[in-house]
Ligand binder design. Structure first.
Ligand SMILES: Cc1ncc(COP(=O)(O)O)c(C=O)c1O
Length: 393
């Protein structure tokens, strides 16, 4: 008698798609960074110094601002930039309601009054809503270039006039452009973050203040260094928030590759756009992001909107697809701002976005196969039908 053995064929390996994969970028710069780091280790010049000076010059030239001042992180960059530009306690500062909390946090750390405003359908500060919130005490408006697309800086400038500071939160937008400006070069002062996952990311925390005003740059240099540029000179209460040479060396090595990496993000965004149009042509429940006319979007995040986000998120998780929510609550509805008495309804579009937004995997080097897996899983999750998208070359 022969025995029949039934074997189950092994399941094909499931394609995992990380939300962010920094490994490819790290590998590209590793050799150069190690050489730069070896030189710094030999000199023991770890804080500020020639590598920081060099990176500051390179970043200023890249952004179209006259000065860049390296600091410890993007949140400090915002606070130092605001203070250096003259924000004092009691000033009103308008910020978009949909942003990372640090934008609001920096305003509050300055002792200023936080004035959240609504955003538009592209997640960016709405100039019309800003106009309605201007008062005699408004001193600044913070244009957050969210997800990699610049806020409407020319229009905002028109709306606020010459006496209100236009501040850029350029943490998510290195290399972006709009209205003829580069991110970081459009406002009176700008702040950026080099948190590792940013388009230009360090190997740890780092940030920079950008400005074309000599006096603002000088004050920012003072504020990052205990209130004085020279040792033991303390002209005011500042902070210990200097850029490390090791991070500056990483950032110089990465800055020369930033445009190429941003081009890869743009190509990935175009592929998502084509795949989503193909898969969701007849499905209104999925709204894809867009690049605005006259804007150079650098796709820090690729954020879609869907009404049943919790179910879609669970399905993507089950399919091995990393994703995020940026951000689950607008700044005026967070526990940290509860004492300020803001109410739901203050920024209706930002509040609606917060319930629907979902960030898909996006990073230089994401493959076509990974993006197809993301979109077919998304299609199955949103429609309950598992139709794979057409493969776009
Ligand atoms: C829009 C925005 N503003 C500010 C920050 C703060 O930067 P950091 O994390 O370097 O303090 C970030 C980044 O996390 C950000 O995304």
């Amino acid at each position: 008698m022969t025995e029949t053995v039934i074997t189950t064929p092994p399941a094909p390996p499931r394609l995992q798609v990380p939300f962010l994969d920094l490994g490819l970028q790290t590998a590209e710069v590793e050799h150069e960074v190690r050489e730069r780091w070896n030189r710094i280790l030999r000199t023991s010049g770890f804080v500020l110094g020639p590598d920081v000076d060099q990176f500051e010059r390179e970043l200023a030239a890249y952004s179209g601002a006259r000065h860049a001042v390296g600091v410890g992180n993007g949140t400090d960059a915002l606070e130092i930039g605001l203070r250096a530009a003259g924000i004092v306690p009691g000033d009103e500062v308008i910020v978009p309601a949909n942003t990372f909390f640090a934008t609001a946090e920096a305003v509050l750390r300055c002792g200023a009054t936080l004035v959240p405003a609504d955003v538009d359908d592209d997640f960016l500060l709405d100039p019309q809503d800003v106009a309605e919130r201007l008062t005699a005490r408004t001193r600044a408006v913070v244009a957050v270039h969210l997800y990699g697309q610049m806020a409407p800086v020319a229009r905002l400038r028109q709306v606020v006039g010459p006496d209100v500071l236009l501040v850029e939160d350029a943490a998510q937008s290195q290399g972006a452009s709009r209205d003829g400006f580069r991110s970081g070069g459009a406002g009176d002062v700008a702040a950026t973050s080099f948190y590792p996952g940013k388009n230009l990311g360090a190997f740890g925390d780092a940030g920079a203040v950008l400005t074309s005003a000599d006096d603002v740059a000088h004050r920012a240099r003072r504020l990052r260094n205990h209130g004085g540029v020279d040792r033991y000179e303390h002209l005011e209460v500042g902070a210990n928030s200097r850029l490390d040479a090791l991070q500056a060396a990483v950032l110089s090595a990465k800055l020369i590759r930033l445009d190429a990496w941003n081009a890869q993000r743009s190509a990935a965004a175009a592929r998502y756009g084509a795949l989503l149009a193909d898969a969701f042509g007849d499905v209104p429940e999925l709204v894809a992001p867009r690049e605005l006319p006259g804007a150079g979007h650098v796709w820090h995040l690729y954020v879609v909107r869907t009404p049943d986000r919790a179910a879609v998120s669970a399905a993507l998780g089950a399919a091995g697809i990393g994703h995020g929510i940026h951000y689950p609550a607008p700044v005026h509805l967070l526990p940290a701002t509860a004492h300020l008495g803001f109410r739901p309804g203050l920024a209706p579009r930002a509040e609606a976005h917060a319930d629907r937004i979902l960030s898909l995997p996006m990073f230089p080097g994401i493959t076509a196969a990974q993006q197809e897996h993301v979109v077919s899983s998304l299609h199955a999750a949103v429609t309950g039908r598992g139709t794979p998208p057409t493969v776009i070359p």
